[in-house]
Design a protein around this ligand. Structure first.
Ligand SMILES: Cc1ncc(COP(=O)(O)O)c(C=O)c1O
Length: 463
């Protein structure tokens, strides 16, 4: 055996950190220096608070990447998981047969999703849910006798769909693409809308949704007979919460219909009440052909994701054309039990309305900070999807030369004021918040106060 063993119950936090540095490879572009920061090793969660191994207790503003939208350890979900775990904890990998809660969650999803969206095929992560959707799209056109339709249109920058090779190929974070080149062939990018920083330097509504029209132009150039699907978020969370301009998603739906292209909406973040609707597509009045779901499918209780598919598409996969696809942990029973309990919790506590209210409160309070601050360039609040974009110069929207340094100050000031921000180095100076939908108004006030202090510190130190 390599290395020495210790009595884990008795080690101090310094030994824990040193051991993490020695053996643990932290994900998402970090190295071992990450473990020098507070909140890099977590001990526990309590309501909307997280406690690190040093004993720091902070109000968490990101819901663990929008995965834990009901806070930590919600009792109803814990009880549902425990009940199912006691029956059978593993998912019978050699059998691949679903357990009972998976059935009831599937029925519930079909009830709360719009239009003819009906069947769910499960996986573990949002990346898998999108990968599954892309594979279904290609296979679907083969079944329909249109096997030349294989290309995937996607958006950049931002619009993140996952870490696999296909989902990296369909994503718009440049720094997550270049190291892994060559990516997959047949993926074509169009500009994502961004009304604060329009890629065409136009303003809405005079632009007449040129961003959506780009989809049409690219489809015509590539030839619709070669294109399987368009994959997109509605609100581009991957770029720091950029909602689409009004009418954009409807225009996209019309274009996809006109050219017979499947529309995949990635609602891994925006799904499950975060937008004030069960799914954000409803807010935009459209029904996609597939919804990619993850994160809050289990309300952050574990790795559960799913691809939710229209009846008329799913029902073509029969006989010799069944879908040769699935995952060992596609549909863990106790996570499905948590998923179902969470949906019922949202219904019982009217959290769709509360999400909208949170957006109204945060939009109002953060806009007041923007009015007085020299560095708050834009405030975006789409229900539980909230962003504050900090800029060096509000008139030109010029960014800070060292965006990561700005993020460091924001995070530090947040901690000093009892709040954990996720102003990460890849968003740099965009403070994105996806607060728990169970936050009280007092807790929202704490977040607003910390943003106020952070913006003041950035103004003092960087302008
Ligand atoms: C919009 C979106 N899609 C897909 C994913 C990938 O999900 P996962 O990390 O569960 O693979 C994420 C992850 O953050 C995401 O934000």
């Amino acid at each position: 055996m390599k290395g020495s063993t210790v009595n884990r119950a008795q080690v101090g936090v310094d030994k824990l950190v040193a051991t993490a540095k020695e053996y643990l490879w932290p994900a998402f572009g970090r190295d071992s220096t990450f473990f020098d920061l507070p909140m890099s090793l977590i001990s526990a969660g309590e309501g909307n608070y997280v406690i690190d191994s040093y004993g720091n207790r902070l109000l968490e503003t990101n819901s663990c990447g929008a995965a834990a939208s009901l806070g930590f350890n919600p009792p109803a979900l814990m009880a549902a998981m425990k009940q199912q775990m006691e029956k059978i904890a593993i998912t019978t990998p050699n059998l691949f047969a679903p357990t009972e809660p998976v059935v009831w969650l599937s029925e519930k999803l079909a009830q709360i999703s719009p239009g003819s969206l009906k069947y769910t095929i499960y996986s573990s992560n949002g990346s898998d849910a999108n990968e599954t959707a892309l594979k279904i799209a290609r296979h679907y056109w083969k079944i329909k006798g249109q096997g030349t339709k294989y290309k995937v249109i996607h958006r950049y920058p931002g619009d993140y769909h996952g870490m696999g090779m296909s989902t990296s190929s369909a994503s718009g974070h440049i720094f997550r693409r270049v190291p892994f080149e060559p990516l997959m062939a047949g993926f074509v990018a169009i500009h994502a809308p961004n009304c604060y920083r329009c890629p065409y330097n136009l303003t809405y509504p005079e632009c007449d949704l040129l961003c959506a029209d780009e989809l049409r132009k690219v489809i015509e150039f590539e030839d619709p007979s070669t294109i399987a699907c368009f994959i997109t978020e509605s609100t581009n969370t991957g770029l720091g919460i950029i909602p689409p301009p009004p009418g954009y998603m409807k225009r996209v739906r019309e274009i996809c219909d006109r050219y017979e292209i499947l529309l995949i909406c990635d609602e891994v973040i925006t799904g499950f009440a975060r937008s004030g609707f069960w799914f954000e597509c409803e807010k935009h009045g459209i029904v996609p052909d597939m919804l990619a779901l993850g994160k809050n499918l289990s309300w952050g209780c574990g790795a559960l994701a799913g691809t939710h598919v229209k009846k008329e598409i799913a029902e073509t996969f029969t006989g010799k054309d069944t879908l040769q696809h699935g995952y060992t942990f596609g549909g863990t029973g106790y996570l499905a039990a948590a998923g179902l309990a969470g949906i019922e919790y949202v219904e019982e506590h009217n959290l769709l309305a509360r999400a909208k209210e949170i957006g109204d409160i945060m939009g109002r309070e953060l806009s007041a900070i923007k009015d007085k601050s020299a560095v708050v360039g834009d405030v975006r609040a789409n229900a539980g999807l909230i962003a504050v974009e900090l800029v060096k110069d509000k008139a030109t929207k010029g960014q800070f030369p060292d965006r990561a340094a700005v993020a460091g100050v924001v995070n530090k000031v947040g901690r000093e004021n009892g709040v954990l921000f996720a102003c990460s180095t890849w968003y740099g100076d965009i403070l994105w918040m996806m607060v728990s939908l169970t936050m009280t108004n007092d807790e929202l006030g704490m977040v607003v106060n910390a943003v106020d202090k952070a913006a003041a510190a950035v103004e003092e130190q960087f302008t």
